[in-house]
Design a protein around this ligand. Structure first.
Ligand code: SAM
Length: 310
């Protein structure tokens, strides 16, 4: 298998409701170097999906889709000793443990406010329990690379802009890279059921002060700090089995996500459990008809050197 998303055209006769992108537009956005990919990282095993830890499978899914664990230009520097990485909201540590194993010379610190990390950390990994919404217990300019993945919908927009990004920039060394990765709540080519779910999930987040379009704003937030040369990369991946096998993993992940916030979504939609299950079933069928996409983003940039600051 060579492509992340094949170049096949959607059926011209099929009525597709295009809310975000059409399929051809999405394909144009897939960078050449990943559209003809050498599979460094294999596809996650679909059959094990339900029985495995959800974060681990999510990790494998996105690693396969991006064929990398990060996009900042730090690959070579990671080989040198003294390179310091901070993983913000490290959860069970799937990313940090894999990175620490791949780059044994670098040292890694993971922070989280929950004790999800259960492994015995290797010698180049330290895990600390800190709340990201407070001042972090690190000096200014401590890390060469600060990475934060899948936290955008856990933090209000105000906190994200005013506390989180500035705090991550504070602990980043000049010339170091800050990278934030997350998914868009709204997919491409959503059918009516997906649109209904998306609107409900958006209302749920909005009611908590969380911006469901936050991925569109991260570049601006970074630009308003000492971060320069900000780049935004996007990957479009199919949901369902209409294109590539990997879409089946994406579909299962969506179903798990929707089940996770079921009570809230049910309330917003005003439907009972039975109706919810029926809608999920319809969603599963609909994604193949509409050729629904999922979009993830990596936003990264470099901290200015001190003499560049003025
Ligand atoms: C969806 S998980 C992502 C885990 C990991 N980054 C990954 O990519 O697999 C979000 C993580 O962020 C952590 N988190 C959320 N809010 C936090 C906060 N205010 N301070 C520290 N960690 C937080 C959660 O405990 C959880 O482990």
């Amino acid at each position: 298998m060579g492509c992340l998303v094949s170049k096949k055209k959607p059926d011209e006769n099929k009525k597709i409701d295009i809310r975000v992108v059409n399929v051809d537009e999405a394909h144009k956005k897939i960078p050449d170097d990943v559209s003809d990919i050498i599979e460094k990282y294999p596809m996650p095993p679909i059959k094990d999906y339900d029985s495995s830890d959800r974060f681990t499978l999510q990790h494998k899914f996105f690693r396969y889709i991006w064929q990398s664990n990060f996009s900042s230009p730090i690959e070579e520097k990671l080989l040198s000793p003294d390179f310091k990485v901070l993983d913000v909201g490290c959860g069970p540590g799937t990313w940090i443990l894999e990175m620490a194993n791949e780059y044994p010379n670098a040292s890694f610190t993971g922070i989280d406010h929950r004790t999800l990390f259960k492994a015995e950390p290797p010698s180049n990994v330290t895990i600390e329990y800190n709340d990201l919404l407070t001042t972090l217990p690190f000096d200014d300019n401590s890390f060469d690379f600060v990475f934060m993945r899948f936290l955008a919908y856990e933090i209000t927009e105000e906190r994200f802009e005013k506390n989180v990004i500035p705090e991550l920039v504070r602990v980043l060394k000049p010339n170091g890279y800050l990278e934030v990765m997350d998914i868009n709540i709204q997919g491409g080519n959503e059918g009516p059921v997906a649109q209904e779910f998306t609107s409900a999930v958006q209302s749920f987040y909005n009611s908590k002060g969380i911006n469901s379009n936050i991925t569109q704003k991260i570049k601006k937030f970074m630009n308003s700090t000492n971060i320069v040369d900000v780049q935004v990369l996007e990957q479009f991946h199919p949901i369902g089995s209409w294109d590539e096998k990997i879409g089946e993993v994406a579909l299962k992940d969506w179903i798990l996500r929707l089940n996770h916030i079921k009570i809230n979504v049910q309330k917003i939609l005003g439907i009972n459990e039975e109706r919810y299950k029926y809608s999920l079933k319809s969603f599963e069928e609909e994604v193949d008809i509409f050729q629904t996409y999922w979009i993830s983003k990596r936003i990264f940039g470099k901290k200015k050197m001190i003499d560049e600051e003025n």
